[in-house]
Design a protein around this ligand. Sequence first.
Ligand code: UFG
Length: 364
Amino acid sequence: HPVSSPDRAFSYLRGWPGIALCSTFANKAPLMSEKFPILVTGGAGYIGSHAVLALRDAGWPVVVIDNLVTGFRWAVPEGVGFVEADIGDADAVSAALTAHRIGAIMHFAGSVVVPESVENPLKYYRNNTANSRTLLEAAVTCGVRHFIFSSTAATYGIAETVPVREDSPKRPINPYGMSKLMTEFMLADVAAAHPINYCALRYFNVAGADPQQRTGQSTAGATHLIKVAVEAATGKRDHVTIFGTDFATPDGTGVRDYIHVSDLAAAHVHALEKLIADPASSHTMNCGYGKGFSVSEVLDAVDRATNLKIERRFEGRRAGDPDALIADNSKILATLPWRPQRDNLDQMVQDALAWERVLAERGK
Ligand code: UFG
C-alpha cells in the first residue's frame, strides 16, 4: 500500500521491529523555518565534501556517512557528524537517520569510473542502484522528506542533440549511466507513493576544487582530464594522453561541459531549499554551464596556469566517448535561483592546480 502521509506511514509500519529506531522521528515534520540536519552520503569524497562545505557555509547542520573506500576522513570538517558505514547497511543508515533527526539526504556515495563499470557491472548495480534502494527505503521508513541525488550526463548516452535537454532520450551506453538512471526511476516511483520529494541533478564534467583549498579531488588513479593534467603539471605524471583527434569538433578533440565543483555544490543547496519550499514537486536537472571546451583547449588552459608546456601524446579514442557533450542548462536556471559563480575555465584549472599542490605538499 502506498502511504500518503507520515502518520499513516508510521501506523502502517508500527508493528515492524526493523523500523522501531525510526519511530520517534517518523511523524515529526521539520519546520520550514528550522534548519534540520542533512545526511550527506559520500561526504568524504570529492563532490560530497564540497557539498558539505556549501551546506555548512549556508548554516545547515550536516552528518556524513561514508565507508571511506574512496573518501577520506580528513575531508570531513570538524563539527560535522561522521558515521563510517556503507549505505548498503540498512541498520546503520536507519540508526544514523534517527539519531541525528535527519530531514533530508544528499546522496553522493557511489562508483564513478565508466570503464570499470563495463568490466564489473555488478559492482555498479550494487553500489549505485541496490544501495540507493536500501538508502531510499530507510529514508521513507524514517520519514525523511527530501532527497537529492547525484545523477549524471552518462544517462543520455550518445546525445542526439547538443546541447542536451533533460527530456532527450536516455540511452546509457555503459553500466555506470544505467545504474544511475535506474535510481532515477526508483526515485520517481518512490516520490509518487510516499511523502518525499527529490531532485536528481545530472552532472556534466565536474572539475576544480574549493577555492579556499579546504578540499579537492584526492582519490588516486585519476582518469578525468583536468585532474590528470594538473597531476602532470605538478610532476606526478610526465605527460597527458589525448584520446582521439578525429572527433567532429572544431579541433578534432572531444568537447565537454566542465562545471566547477563549488558551483555544483551550491546548486545542491539551492535544490534543497526548493524541495523544502515546494514539497509537492520533484525535479531532474542538468548541471553544466551550457558551453564546451575541447581537450586541447583544456590543456592550453593548464599550460597557461603553469607557464609550462605539458607533453601531449596522442592515442585513439576511448570506447564510448561522444564527440561533444554539453548541457542545456535552461531548466536549472529557470527552476532555481542558482547562478554560476565560477564559469571560467582558467579559474577552474587554477583551483584544481592549487589543490594538487596541497596534495603534493602532503606527500599524496
Ligand atoms: N581525455 C583525454 N585524456 C585523458 C582523459 C580524458 O583526452 O587523459 C578526454 C576524453 O577523451 C574526453 C574528455 O577528455 O573527451 C573528458 O574525459 P573525462 O574522462 O574527464 O570525462 P568523461 O567526459 O569521459 O566523463 C565524465 C564523467 C562521467 C560522466 C560524464 C558526463 O567521468 O561520470 O563526464 O559528461 F558521466
